[in-house]
Design a protein. Structure first.
Ligand SMILES: [Zn+2]
Length: 313
């Protein structure tokens, strides 16, 4: 059944490519009006909207309740990429299983690697958990380091600057407006960060367990300790042996909180919580994963409030 659906998808995509070839030759829509911006993550879309203001139309392929490692690419994504002036990806191989094939198929020079309209957000930050040597054995999906840097709100500053530079390069006539928007975003970010740091100060040293390594950057920002993960390696499902060891570690270390992504099979997380006596908190890992988190600032307001309540118990 899976082979059949993959075959069908290839068939649909090849038909769509033929249609796109007919439509090829359309000029840069930047000159005509608003920039067409496509992002992989809604987190990046939200930052792009703050920087681009009224001069951009931004669409994202994933929202915060989806796993960007394994997104099911739809043929409609090709149309969006074909028309994009700017493509903003997370990078660090987060989207490697699905994005490069789409970009190849979209036949749009404006968003090819190295073009002014292609932004790899992870290039703007210092990655955590970079392995000493590249290791894809056992299916590790983080061979270039941890790609979940958008979970540290302070990383939004360099990422927004990178996005602003790309917008200015693609539409230089609007550069002044983009730079003013960036300055306003940075000011709001500074105020929010001060508030979030104060809000989380009582939880300094909090010991947590996470399902996937989604929350490493968040933990570093607020001085929490990740004592283990339910996955033995990023992208590798929990095994009974690993789980048994982890529950022992949680008890000896006094880990009282399990953070799990809302798109996981949560039976394992519930089991670990019951056996260890920890609280299980299930959250979307990015903007737009629920009704309370429509943009960057709302997401961290909501997420940190949830963690403050659960971690303080
Ligand atoms: Zn990951």
């Amino acid at each position: 059944m899976k082979a059949y659906s993959t075959h069908m998808k290839r068939f649909l995509i090849s038909n769509l490519l033929a249609m796109l070839a007919l439509a090829a030759g359309t000029g840069n829509s930047a000159a005509a009006g608003k920039l067409n911006v496509v992002t992989t993550l809604e987190d990046l879309a939200s930052i792009a909207r703050f920087v681009g203001g009224d001069d951009v139309i931004v669409t994202s392929f994933c929202h915060g309740a989806q796993d960007a490692h394994f997104l099911d690419a739809k043929p409609s994504y090709l149309v969006k990429l074909n028309r994009a002036d700017v493509l903003i990806e997370n990078g660090g191989e987060l989207e490697s299983s699905w994005l490069s094939g789409l970009v190849d198929g979209a036949r749009n020079r404006r968003i090819l690697g190295g073009a002014p309209g292609r932004v790899v957000a992870m290039d703007a930050i210092e990655p955590l958990e970079v392995p000493a040597k590249l290791d894809r054995s056992e299916g590790d999906v983080h061979p270039q380091g941890n790609p979940h840097f958008t979970l540290d709100p302070s990383n939004a500053r360099p990422v927004a600057a990178r996005i602003c530079a790309a917008f200015c390069a693609v539409a230089p006539e609007k550069a002044e407006r983009f730079r003013a928007n960036l300055a306003a975003f940075d000011t709001r970010l500074d105020k929010s960060l001060a508030r979030w740091m104060a809000m989380m100060a009582p939880l300094k040293g909090l010991k947590i367990v996470t399902f996937h390594r989604n929350f490493s950057y968040l933990a570093r920002r607020f001085d929490w300790q990740v004592v283990g993960t339910l996955e033995p390696k990023p992208g590798v499902p929990p095994s009974p042996g690993h789980l048994a060891n982890l529950i022992v570690t949680m008890k000896t270390q006094g880990a009282k909180l399990i953070l799990a992504e809302s798109y996981r099979d949560l039976k394992v997380a519930q089991f670990a919580a019951e056996k260890s006596g920890a609280v299980l908190l299930v959250v979307p890992t990015g903007v737009g994963g629920n009704a309370e988190t429509p943009d960057f600032f709302h997401y961290f307001d909501w997420l940190l409030d949830q963690i403050a309540k659960a971690g303080g118990r």
